[in-house]
Ligand binder design. Structure first.
Ligand code: SAH
Length: 397
């Protein structure tokens, strides 16, 4: 267990630790062709494998009937190894919210959450709303299927109100291990196993376990696999992807240069350094002003609205003056291109904190709106299955 406030950027070395097996999803299309050719196969087999995996969502060699039977098993073993095995599935909301606990090749556990929304007017923001340019209230009335993915096993950022942070960082996931979570979800949805009929994953939010920008290369690789057109990737719109960060300033700046129009979400949680130093320990490295300036540079580069995540914690960060200060800061740095997502604090084991009173939440919203800052309150989807924000701790109890 990390000491309070302690940050971990690189996972501790473990004796005998090996890397996850190479997977098709780790490779860009040109690398796939080269790797297939290296094994003595015609390069077009790479396209066949891509079509099976990314377009048909198939990784079973028996179903690859366009590949000669004699080489199917070899190609599948080389490029489509089983990276993650589901060890537990828990659903709620009549099956439209589904948390999966995955065991990775080395026994590490991570979680992903699939959420289907039918566009009912709930009055609350849905995960994936971050990615919409229009205010949340006008984007309803359509089916949205969001997958919340993990980018690390555990997390080194140690935010005291988040269950993932409490156990520390086990290791970074590979691109393939990240992509597998979404492909598995896409398969369920395509197969009609999620109520609402067969469909497609429309949104992916990097809001599961881990700090995505601390595992930068693997996360960017995953974003490319998700957004590359089919069959090279899953063909999900870049605008449907949200990358959430505690505020790693150099990595935000790097993200702005990738040419990816993904939505950036910044977990702010306090407008003042004194409090944020304790709630989001990375603040001891990069201050509120530095993070918001980086967000502004991201907006300038991408023209995408930034989402500011703010967990409302009773009597800790929910005071009216903090709402006013937050509004002022956002107006000064991000103008109208900031959107505040308030998250009623979800309960986590051992935490003494709880969600704000309804009246304080309302006042917080009102004060932000008074300053013209768009604000939504996130729904608490998945709470009863410990699948909501900050509750992912991958136990298999
Ligand atoms: N490490 C990244 C990705 C995790 S996203 C980040 O921090 O942005 C998960 C979001 O849920 C973050 O905004 C996080 O601060 C928030 N969160 C963590 N614990 C929570 C809790 N108990 N209740 C509500 N939100 C929480």
């Amino acid at each position: 267990m990390p000491a309070p406030g302690e940050l971990t950027f690189t996972a501790p070395r473990r004796a005998g630790a090996t890397r996850p097996p190479r997977h098709l999803a780790d490779l860009a299309p040109s690398e796939r062709r080269a790797a297939v050719a290296d094994l003595g196969h015609p390069a077009f087999r790479a396209n066949q494998l891509s079509t099976h995996y990314f377009a048909r969502l198939v990784d079973d060699p028996d179903q690859m009937t366009d590949v000669p039977a004699a080489v199917r098993a070899e190609l599948a073993a080389q490029f489509l190894p089983r990276l993650a095995t589901p060890v537990r599935e828990i659903t709620c909301d009549d099956g439209t919210t589904r948390k999966t606990v995955w065991r990775l090749f080395d026994g590490a556990l991570v979680e992903s959450v699939l959420m289907r929304y039918f566009g009912a007017v709930s009055g609350h923001a849905e995960l994936g709303d971050e990615a919409d340019d229009a205010p949340a209230a006008t984007t309803r009335g359509r089916d949205r299927i969001t997958v919340c993915v993990s980018s690390q096993a555990g997390c080194g950022m140690n935010c005291p109100f988040c269950a993932t942070g409490q156990a520390g960082l086990t290791r970074n996931l590979s691109t393939g291990e990240i992509v597998e979570q979404i492909v598995a979800a896409a398969r369920l949805v395509a197969g009609g196993e999620v109520p609402g009929g067969a469909g497609r994953v429309s949104n992916v939010v990097f809001m599961g376990m881990g700090e995505p920008l601390a595992n930068y290369n693997a996360v960017i690789g995953a974003v490319r696999r998700l957004t590359d057109p089919s069959p090279h990737g899953l063909g999900i719109s870049q605008r449907g992807i949200t990358v959430s960060t505690v505020g790693l300033v150099p990595a935000i700046d790097k993200l702005a240069t990738e040419g990816l129009n993904v939505t950036l979400a910044v977990s702010l949680h306090a407008p003042d350094d004194e409090l944020r130093d304790t709630l989001v320990p990375i603040n001891t490295r990069w201050k509120v002003a530095e993070v918001l300036d980086a967000a502004a540079r991201y907006v300038a580069a991408t023209k995408r609205r930034v989402s500011i995540e703010y967990a409302l914690i009773r009597d800790i960060n929910d005071q009216a003056w903090r709402a006013d200060l937050l509004g002022q800061l956002l107006r000064a740095t991000l103008g109208h291109l900031a959107h505040v997502n308030l998250i009623p604090l979800n309960p986590t084991p051992g935490s003494k904190w709880t969600a704000s009173r309804a009246k304080d939440e309302k006042e917080f919203v009102r004060r932000l709106e008074n300053q013209g800052v768009p604000v939504t309150v996130r729904d608490t989807r998945g709470r009863e299955i410990d699948g909501a924000c900050g509750q992912l701790a991958a136990s298999i109890r």
